[in-house]
Design a binder for this molecule. Structure first.
Ligand SMILES: Cc1cc2nc3c(=O)[nH]c(=O)nc-3n(C[C@H](O)[C@H](O)[C@H](O)COP(=O)(O)OP(=O)(O)OC[C@H]3O[C@@H](n4cnc5c(N)ncnc54)[C@H](O)[C@@H]3O)c2cc1C
Length: 364
């Protein structure tokens, strides 16, 4: 006999579904603005893409950013220092946010592509330095001598995402968010234009407002609520090395691949983009390619200690931009999903926009 479905006690104002960086940030922001919030997570909080990511936070300038992507990035970039401070004050946890700077490099190639990138950053009002190759080599002596072009983004930042997630969970608890791990939402009770409840196997959770923040799993959740929004999982693999002393201290990027040094001597090598469904395995081919890439850029990494590897599922919105805000056809349903390679960097602005929309404090 199936178990009876019980109505969950005392309905909150808002139910957020999905406890990655996006759902946790929204819950924290809503609770800070006085809403009562319940956060339903099918597994453990912050253990999926948000944990797996590299934590790079590219720069932006809210005054000059024009495209929707650039505006979101710039507004979020401006929020990170304040979010870091407030999380530290509320929880005592240091999320490791730092403006470590970053460089973009190419090996043996033409510099035309990078010239266009430099122009694009400058048109957004972002600080870019373009030292000549000799100066570049002197400033970044660990680089392979075959590096043929590069530029510097001094304002690029990084965050230790596992620590940031811990801080968010702790800060949500401190603000009274009802945190429910091991609670998969399997369906909704909904009429034509309103959600009445989210259903988990054991309970029915009623609220005035609902937010879907289910990362790569959001499409199925939204389908249960009567919406078809295309969000697909894209696997990204990461290799972790340890190299003490660190041969470099800024993020090094080359196209879609990168090296992210952590203050404790760890170096993340990322990443792949693989359309393999919900398969989170690491493959020998990708791991060896990533290590070859790292040694090709910084030869000293050949002597680094291999620590571990992992992968995560990025939520890719097939229209290229994350879905953030209310779904017009359902009066009390919002979505915050599809952030692909940018969910950590965009989490503060996503939370502010969703909370303001729900609480009727519209932003630009
Ligand atoms: C290798 C890699 C490197 C990356 N590097 C960066 C980077 O440097 N900078 C950056 O900004 N971004 C980066 N990203 C992207 C970033 O990690 C993601 O965009 C971001 O984590 C998405 O957050 P999320 O909360 O939407 O998803 P997730 O972290 O996946 O969280 C979604 C949560 O929803 C839960 N859930 C799903 N369905 C249900 C359900 N039915 N009921 C209850 N709970 C449910 C899941 O269990 C999960 O915990 C990287 C990602 C990867 C994989």
């Amino acid at each position: 006999m199936s178990k009876p479905i019980l109505a969950s006690t005392a309905s909150p104002d808002v139910i957020v579904i999905g406890g990655g960086v996006i759902g946790l940030s929204i819950a924290w922001e809503l609770a800070g603005q006085g809403a009562s919030v319940r956060l339903l997570e099918q597994g453990q909080f912050g253990q999926e893409a948000s944990w797996a990511g590299a934590g790079m936070l590219p720069p932006g300038n809210p005054e000059l950013a024009r495209s929707p992507e650039a505006r979101l990035r710039a507004e979020s970039h401006a929020l990170w220092p304040d979010w870091t401070e407030r999380l530290r004050a509320e929880t005592g946890i240091d999320n490791g946010y730092t403006r470590c700077g970053g460089i973009e490099v190419r090996l043996n190639g033409s510099s035309t592509e990078l010239t266009a990138e430099v122009a694009a950053w400058r048109s957004e009002g972002v600080l870019v330095e373009t030292p000549n190759l000799d100066e570049f080599g002197q400033r970044f002596p660990a680089l392979h001598p075959h590096v043929s072009s590069g530029y510097v983004l001094p304002e690029l930042g990084q965050v230790r995402n596992p620590r940031h997630l811990k801080a968010l969970v702790s800060a949500c608890a401190a603000r009274g968010v009802d945190l429910r791990a091991g609670c998969p939402v399997v369906g909704f009770d909904h009429s034509a234009n309103r959600i009445a409840a989210a259903r988990t196997p054991a309970e029915e959770h009623r609220a005035a407002e609902f937010v879907v923040a289910g990362g790569a799993w959001s499409r199925e959740l939204l389908r249960q609520a009567g919406h078809d929004i295309s969000i697909e999982p894209v696997r990204g693999q990461i290799v972790l090395l340890e190299a003490r002393p660190l041969p470099f201290r800024c993020v090094i990027q080359s196209g879609l691949r990168y090296l992210v040094p952590r203050a404790d001597g760890r170096i993340l090598i990322g990443s792949t983009e693989e359309h393999v469904g919900f398969d989170k395995r690491n493959t020998a081919e990708a791991v060896s390619d990533l290590i070859d890439f790292a040694r090709g850029i910084v030869p000293a990494l050949g002597a680094a200690r291999f620590e571990r590897c992992w992968s995560g599922l990025r939520p890719h919105a097939t229209n290229g931009l994350p879905h953030i805000g209310r779904l017009p056809e359902t009066a009390n349903l919002s979505v915050a999903a599809g952030h692909f390679r940018a969910g950590l960097q965009l989490s503060p602005i996503t939370a502010v926009k969703v909370a303001n929309a729900i609480l009727g404090r519209e932003t630009r």
